[in-house]
Write a protein that binds this ligand. Structure first.
Ligand code: SF4
Length: 630
């Protein structure tokens, strides 16, 4: 074994040659990259040259785990899909929960790298050392739930973990998702379209091994304490009961609930999108991912109305926002139905909802007409039409074909100034936050490696009761400005810190909710745990983990720079920088991005003018090897 926690093996499948190959995991990667996103960015930078077509045969898709995936550490069952993104043409990744990652480790592999393109539809079967490309012609065209059921049936094994694409991935919808066991989405950036472009319908994994950590007793004792911390954390308990629905009311209260395509941050119908309203009326059971004692997932059922009979897991806050307030819909049943369509067809809910919002606002302002939409009158709050549009996008039918390209490409095609209604950064639609009412969010959206991103730098230590932590991190004298959401001052420190911390989270890989909101575990906790899990002493120091995080973030930046990304692309839509928030607690606020970017680049060691990492930074982070691949 390479080190405790790892299987020491990279499984590669070349679809063009119909060949599998098992390579050793290079030991030196562990100290510099740990796992997960870290291994992924190293491989993608080296093996997918600049200018590669995301939907072409030369792109690769990597499924990565981390050193504690499949162990008893709480919420350690996640996996990441990594590729050059069809939605943005830059760094792409999407994390997902469920049980897929642990199963891949139990089968004996840390990573799966998918290369080339199959001649006809296949699914990849991995059962320990049994590796096979199986015919998927019968599955092609089916939804992700049926694909999953049929594969499990075919092998008479309910414990097979299935990652599948739906019709949206097959049709190369730019924001197609990979669905794990149907209900968990690797949603953002279009990983489903990459699989579709390779004629891969699904990946089915079954393993019968285990994961061996370095210090069994020490790791077990620490993991036990970690589980207790999760269970005893009051915010985690709330999250277990309500899931992220808890956020709707919080966002409404601070005026940051994206409404009418981010025009405003307050929504008159928000109450029907809160946990208090939803849980007693719709929730039938709670679910959890591998190793999670929190269980934030909710299965819900609609009893009456046009969507009666809908039974589905989710949606979380982002879905309530994307198919609710963002489109002016105050009806939970619609958001559940929309979530079901996205799950079954395999689409990212945020990009799908935001692209429909873009279309409605463009229609409202006369930039597109019924002639363009095939007779559809696009209006806010139209529930049944939203569901119809989602199906049209997934099938690339008529007007849906344009929207399947995402809001940026659709705006480029429509022209007439419609780009101002495409609320996106670097091509990825903005999630359920607003920099006008929370400046650090604005900076994080602008600098995110994969585009507007709430999962790589959603700063929480400057809000919601974490003032003591913020004071400790940056000094009590800075506290008043750090916790003021309406000032640009010190926000770069907060984003720098949270990006680093989330980066380590994504190398391990552990659930978002144990590190980010609520932040139960900090970098110090991982520094204590990692040597017990791996036996690698270098990972036991916070300063080393910070350097590893900096290395990965800068390497993703170099990947994007190679695709032409510079400071000009670290931007926000005019909606946030030129249109003051029209109402609510943040009324009159706009984002002044430039001073925050200057501060941020200084912390990262990136050039202030170009946004490219300086030579000094490249050397400091031991990234000189990238020059051989530029
Ligand atoms: S908190 Fe939710 S998403 Fe995270 S591991 Fe638990 S059930 Fe899965």
């Amino acid at each position: 074994m390479t080190a405790g926690g790892y299987k020491g093996k990279i499984l590669r499948v070349n679809l063009s040659d119909n060949k599998f190959q098992v390579d050793p995991l290079p030991k030196e990667w562990i100290k510099d990259y740990i796992g997960g996103d870290g291994f992924g960015v190293k491989i993608l930078y080296e093996e997918v040259p600049g200018g590669t077509e995301p939907l072409g045969e030369d792109n690769k898709l990597i499924i990565a785990t981390g050193p504690i995936t499949g162990t008893i550490w709480p919420m350690s069952g996640r996996t990441v899909f990594i590729s050059k993104a069809p939605l943005t043409g830059i760094w792409g990744e999407s994390h997902v929960g469920g049980f897929l990652g642990p199963e891949l480790k139990y089968a004996g592999y840390d990573l799966l790298v998918i290369e080339g393109k199959a001649e006809k539809p296949v699914y990849i079967q991995i059962e320990d050392s049994h590796l096979e490309l199986r015919d998927a012609s019968e599955l092609w065209g089916t939804t992700t739930d049926l694909t999953t059921i049929n594969i499990k049936k075919e092998h008479l094994d309910p414990d097979i973990q299935v990652a599948a694409i739906g019709p949206a991935g097959e049709r190369l919808v730019r924001f197609a998702a990979v669905m794990v066991n149907h209900a968990r989405a690797a949603g953002r950036t279009g990983m489903g379209a990459v699989l579709g472009s390779k004629n891969v319908k699904a990946i089915a994994v079954r393993g019968h091994g285990g994961v061996d950590v370095h210090d069994h007793e020490g790791f077990f004792e620490l993991a036990k304490k970690a589980h207790l911390r999760v269970r005893e954390n009051p915010q985690a308990q709330e999250m277990g009961k309500w899931g992220t629905w808890i956020l709707t009311a919080v966002k409404q209260e601070i005026g940051e609930l994206p409404t009418y395509n981010h025009r405003t941050g307050v929504f008159s119908g928000y109450e029907k999108l809160t946990g208090d309203y939803i849980r007693p009326r719709f929730t039938v059971s709670d679910r959890a991912c591998f190793g999670c004692s929190l269980g934030c997932k909710k299965v819900n059922y609609v009893r009456t109305g046009p969507f009666a009979g809908t039974l589905e897991e989710g949606p979380e806050y982002e879905g309530l926002m994307a198919f609710g307030s963002l489109l002016g819909i105050d009806d939970y049943a619609t958001t559940l139905k929309a979530n079901q369509i996205c799950n079954r067809y395999g689409m990212d809910i945020i990009s799908a909802g935001a692209t429909i919002g873009f279309a409605i606002e463009s229609f409202e302002n006369g930039l597109i007409t019924e002639k363009d939409t095939g007779g559809l009158k696009l209006e806010w709050g139209d529930r049944e039409q939203t569901i119809r549009l989602l199906q049209m996008i997934a099938e690339r039918e008529d007007f849906g074909n344009l929207l399947a390209e995402g809001s940026k490409r659709a705006a480029d095609s429509i022209g007439k100034g419609s780009e101002k209604y495409a609320i996106q950064v670097k091509g990825m639609e903005v999630s359920g936050q607003d920099g006008r009412t929370h400046r650090s969010i604005g900076l994080g959206h602008a600098t995110g490696a994969r585009g507007a991103d709430h999962l790589r730098s959603l700063v929480v230590v400057d809000q919601l009761g974490y003032e003591d932590v913020a004071a400790k991190r940056w000094g009590a004298d800075k506290l008043p400005e750090i916790i003021d959401p309406y000032t640009e001052k010190h926000k770069a420190n907060a984003v720098f810190e949270s990006e680093n911390s989330y980066c380590i989270r994504d190398t391990l890989i552990v659930c978002w909710y144990s590190v980010s909101w609520p932040p139960i575990f900090w970098m110090e906790d991982f520094a204590e745990m990692l040597p017990l899990a791996t036996g690698v002493k270098h990972l036991g120091k916070v300063e080393n983990l910070v350097e590893i995080a900096e290395r990965q973030i800068t390497l993703k930046r170099l990947f994007n720079n190679r695709e032409g990304i510079t400071r000009k692309d670290d931007n926000l839509p005019d909606r946030f920088t030129k249109e003051p928030m029209p109402e609510g607690p943040g009324k009159g606020q706009i984002v002044d991005l430039d001073p925050m970017l200057d501060d941020y680049y200084k912390l990262r060691g990136w050039d202030l003018e170009t946004g490219l990492p300086t030579e000094k930074t490249i050397k400091r982070l031991s990234l000189e090897w990238t020059k051989a691949h530029s």
